[in-house]
Write a protein that binds this ligand. Sequence first.
Ligand code: HEM
Length: 131
Amino acid sequence: MSDTATATAYSQLGGEPGLRALVDRFYDLMDLEPAYAGIRALHPSTLDGSRDKLTWFLSGWLGGPDLYQQRFGHPRLRARHLPYQIGIAERDQWLACMSQAMQENAVDVELAQRLGAAFFNTADWMRNLGG
Ligand code: HEM
């Protein structure tokens, strides 16, 4: 099953360990980089739960096992983000943080571009503030 034309993004990322490494890098960067301090401040003091939830969600979203749905049912992602003020600045910080994580984890450039476009649509849909 190494046919790249039919491979899921999940398997192209290296399955569960590759995805977990990407999510860990994403939240490490969110913790470390001043450029992402705005969205870091929206998160709980410890990011352990966020790491698990994003890994479980992306697993299904990228074509792997639907771990989030199995635990929590339908993600209702937009509703779950309503408690946080998300405008263009927050959207762009999230996307830049994920883009840096993909680059630093040496995700294939074409795959990173494809995922970047999909992340943009989802992050933009999460906005609940004008700016
Ligand atoms: C647009 C900018 C975004 C901001 C500022 C943001 C912020 C947050 C915050 C503060 C939480 C709560 C963390 C926690 O409870 O540990 C959260 C949860 C979550 N976010 Fe985002 N997020 C954004 C975009 C996204 C995107 C694009 C995705 C998916 C591709 C995503 C997936 C999730 C998931 C799966 C959860 C856990 C939901 C739950 O079960 O409570 N987020 N986000």
